[in-house]
Design a binder for this molecule. Structure first.
Ligand code: NAP
Length: 249
């Protein structure tokens, strides 16, 4: 049995991505801190297809030891696709940002993503049909004033993943690495980034996608050979080859 691993599957894009992979008949390993939300997801998947295996893994990815132990716990599973989607933002100018939250953000968005990507590449680079999908952001390609540290963390995700895709291509590896870069998406993200109880997307934003739409973009990227799937300034989803300049050798 082959599995799709999705971190940050308890809400938003990760939750909808899990349903989208389930709709393709994929067994799932879903990761987050909130077990009740993952149980809810498991029930929704089983309502769609009771034959699918849904494995729940609780991990706090702001603790990098838990990233290693998560990976080690999955040793017995054959993984087809690994999706590093878990992430958070901090909406504040640099002088005003909450450094505790920033430390947490950098550990989840950068450190755990790097650890999990590296461990997956080590084991799966030569396995046919495998993919590593890292969720960056449109702000991983344009610096957003007011949330610069988050934006910079996503520049890391984009550069790391685009570079990895090139490295795998040069080595002739079977594993494909891809980066999904959504723009504003209606999830729990904005309220958590701004420390609000609620954020009304319709009232506050001229344009945004739903998490279900973004999960659809992820599936489009999954089906293609290119490396980057990005939502542009017109809110159109575009799939392309590497966007960052890359120096080989
Ligand atoms: P979301 O609804 O807040 O979901 C974030 C997910 O990450 C949740 O499942 C959460 O699970 C998990 N997570 C957060 N901290 C974690 C931790 N310490 N350990 C383990 N899991 C953790 O937001 P979303 O919009 O779907 O975000 C998904 C990805 O899309 C993120 O990487 C985000 O940066 C990116 N993105 C979002 C937007 C947007 O506008 N929403 C735009 C571009 C990119 P628990 O809380 O249960 O742990």
């Amino acid at each position: 049995m082959k599995y799709t691993v999705i971190t940050g599957a308890s809400s938003g894009i990760g939750y909808e991505a899990a349903l989208a992979f389930a709709a393709r008949g994929k067994h799932l390993i879903v990761v987050a801190r909130r077990v009740d939300k993952l149980e809810e997801l498991k029930a929704a998947v089983h309502q769609m297809n009771p034959e699918l295996d849904v494995v729940i893994q609780i991990a706090d990815l702001s603790d990098t030891d838990q990233a290693y132990s998560l990976y080690n716990k999955l040793e017995g599973y054959e993984i087809e696709t690994w999706i590093n989607n878990a992430g958070l933002g901090e909406s504040a100018s640099i002088a005003d940002q909450n450094l505790k939250k920033v430390e947490t953000m950098l550990r989840v968005n950068i450190e755990s993503l790097t650890i999990l990507s590296t461990l997956f590449v080590r084991d799966y680079a030569e396995k046919e049909g495998t993919q590593l999908l890292n969720v960056s952001s449109a702000l991983g390609y344009a610096i957003a004033v007011g949330t610069i540290t988050y934006s910079a963390s996503k520049y890391y995700v984009s550069a790391f993943t685009e570079g990895l895709a090139k490295e795998l291509e040069i080595k002739g590896s079977k594993l494909k690495a891809k980066v999904l870069a959504p723009a504003m998406t209606e999830t729990e993200f904005a309220k958590n980034a701004a420390d609000l109880d609620h954020f009304n997307y319709q009232e506050n934003l001229p344009a945004y996608h739903t998490a279900k739409q973004v999960a659809g973009f992820m599936m489009d990227l999954y089906d293609r050979d290119e490396v980057v799937g990005i939502v542009d300034q017109h809110y159109d989803f575009k799939i392309s080859n590497q966007l960052y300049p890359i120096i080989e050798g």
